[in-house]
Design a protein around this ligand. Structure first.
Ligand SMILES: N[C@@H](CCC(=O)N[C@@H](CS)C(=O)NCC(=O)O)C(=O)O
Length: 222
C-alpha cells in the first residue's frame, strides 16, 4: 500500500510543486490520482471532504491524515521523509530566512505570476479571452519582482540563502508557465536570475521530471 495518495491534476502548477518536491526527495511510494478540473471533479462532495474549498492538490494517508495547500504539503513531506530541502530546526536564523523567502515567493511572485497564468493559460481551456489589462499589470509586478531578485541573487545562490531549498522548488511551476506564455524574458534578461534558474532546472531529478512531463504533454497533444 502506498504511503499516501496525492490528488492533483495534469498541468496544475500547484500539483507540480508537490510532485517536484517528491522527485527531488527521490520519493516514489505514493499514488497519484488525477482529477479532471474541466469536468469540475474537484467540486464533488467526495473531494470537498478532502478539500473544503474544492481544489487540488490534497494528500491523504491510509491513517486518515489529510492535508491541502501545496506549500504546506511540500513542507510536511520534506519534514516527514527527511528530504534535505529545509534548514535545520536548530538554526533559528536560517529557519527564519526560509520563512521570509517563502512569504516573498507566495505574496510578491506567485500572486502576479498566477494572474498571468490564469489569464493566458487557464482561460484558453475555458474558451475565454485573456484580459490584457490584467496581464500587463501583473507582468509589471513580475518584472519589478525580478529586478529586486536580480540584486539579491548577486549575493546568494538560492532564494533562501546559499542552499537549494523548497522555496526554489516553489518557483519552478509558475516560472515554467511564464516561459510557456511567452514571458521567459523576465528570467533570461537578468543574469543572476537566469543563472539561478539554470541551477534549479539542471538538478538531475528536476530535469528528469520536467523532461518526462514535456514528453507526456507532447504525446497527449497538450
Ligand atoms: N493555494 C493553493 C491553490 C490551489 C489551487 O488553486 N488549485 C487549482 C489548480 S492549480 C484548482 O484546484 N483549481 C480549480 C478550482 O479552483 O476549482 C495551493 O497552493 O495548493
Amino acid at each position: 500500500m502506498p504511503a499516501f495518495t496525492l490528488y492533483g491534476s495534469r498541468g496544475s502548477t500547484n500539483t507540480d510543486r508537490v510532485r517536484l518536491t517528491l522527485a527531488e526527495g527521490g520519493f516514489t511510494d505514493y499514488e497519484l490520482v488525477l482529477l479532471n478540473l474541466q469536468k469540475g471533479e474537484q467540486k464533488s462532495k467526495e473531494h470537498q471532504k478532502r478539500h473544503p474549498w474544492g481544489k487540488i492538490p490534497v494528500i491523504t494517508s491510509a491513517e486518515g491524515f489529510t492535508l491541502y495547500e501545496s506549500r504546506a504539503i511540500c513542507k510536511y513531506l520534506a519534514t516527514k521523509y527527511s528530504f534535505p530541502l529545509l534548514p535545520r530546526d536548530s538554526d533559528v536564523e536560517a529557519a527564519a530566512l526560509f520563512d521570509q523567502a517563502q512569504c516573498v515567493e507566495t505574496l510578491y511572485f506567485a500572486e502576479p505570476a498566477g494572474r498571468i497564468a490564469f489569464e493566458k493559460f487557464a482561460k484558453r481551456f475555458m474558451g475565454l479571452p485573456p484580459d490584457d489589462a490584467v496581464v500587463s499589470d501583473a507582468l509589471r509586478s513580475v518584472e519589478m519582482f525580478f529586478d529586486v531578485a536580480e540584486r539579491l541573487l548577486q549575493h546568494k545562490s538560492y532564494m533562501a540563502g546559499n542552499d537549494f531549498t523548497l522555496v526554489d522548488i516553489y518557483y519552478i511551476p509558475l516560472i515554467q508557465r511564464l516561459f510557456a506564455c511567452g514571458y521567459g524574458d523576465a528570467i533570461t534578461s537578468r543574469a543572476a536570475v537566469s543563472a539561478w534558474w539554470d541551477r534549479c532546472v539542471n538538478r538531475p531529478a528536476i530535469e528528469r521530471m520536467l523532461a518526462a512531463d514535456k514528453e507526456a504533454a507532447a504525446a497527449a497533444g497538450r
